[in-house]
Write a protein that binds this ligand. Sequence first.
Ligand SMILES: *Cc1c(COP(=O)(O)O)cnc(C)c1O
Length: 365
Amino acid sequence: MNKRGIPPHSIRPLDGRFGAGPSLIRAAQLKKMSTAPQWGTSHRKAPVMDIVRSIQEGISELFSLPDSYEIVLGNGGATAFWSIATVSLIRQRAQMAAFGEFGSKFAADAASAPWLTVDVSEAPAGSVAFVNDGEGDVGAYPHNETSTGATSPLYRTAQELTLVDATSIAGASVVDLSLVDAYYFSPQKCFGSDGGLWVAILSPAAVERAFHLAEATDRPHPGFLDLKSAIVASRKAQTVNTPAIGTLLLLNEQVQWMLSEGGLPAMASRAQQGASLIQAWAENRDYASLFVDNPQWRSPVITTVDLDESIPVTELASALRDAGIVDIEGYRGLGRNQLRIASFPSIATDDIQALLDCLDWVIGR
Ligand SMILES: *Cc1c(COP(=O)(O)O)cnc(C)c1O
């Protein structure tokens, strides 16, 4: 045995990537990349536009969307979409739920706009806060708080528009999107792509609001934050400015794979199987406890496990990193002795079991 206590090859996962994002990209996705003719070609020409159209149609099918919903794409990831919502979706006042890093960041972003009022309902990390006030013209909440592993039910708020940050759970949860007006995400989580892009599934009411606010005189209109322009470009299977072609290619591969593997129900069940394994593991170890107390709020894609201080996660993670197992440390901002393990659809359930075996192996020494 080597002295740092690295798990032997025989028990290691085939793929050791368990991070919350950027997350595992399947080998089959990557294999298609080297021969894709779209690399280094114009995003205003058919070969790239066909990929964008294929993504739009694929997402529409995946989420069984009504024809009236639109799939809009743009650059800058979910973080950029927060600023876009601030300029192009919130008219005057928003109610937001914040129960972790990502919900809080959106609320802070919107609150920094002098033309908006933002009310925040907060809950401590590990639980879920709800938008339960009817004031305002937008209600917003994260579907899955990636920093803590808490998942909110999907619901319509009392406001005219409901905006949902679905970044880490879109693609692993069966949802009725008629409940919401914007369901947006970055593709480097369940969709196993590279970052840099945002995708927003928009209802007719959200589209109408974006067109209306494009004329608003109470705010600035930087082109990058103008949702109307992004909608107009997306209707032509384009983005306002140059996208990362590789991100589009990887996203398209993943959407087609999800469809061919059984769509959202199959993806949701793959993710849940992985999460259930981790939960059972934690519940059966006296040095481990699940961070999200309420079983109903436990995420199917991100499981957070507090460990006893006698087992420092930094040392554990470093021993596992030497065995090719990466990114299992808790969210840095939480500052807990915590494991955070993703079970996105691309992550094989067998590999999650192998990861747990490796954890046992290292902790046992
Ligand atoms: C990762 C993540 C984001 C940020 O995505 P970027 O692509 O880095 O902008 C926002 N919200 C949630 C819930 C996330 O998990």
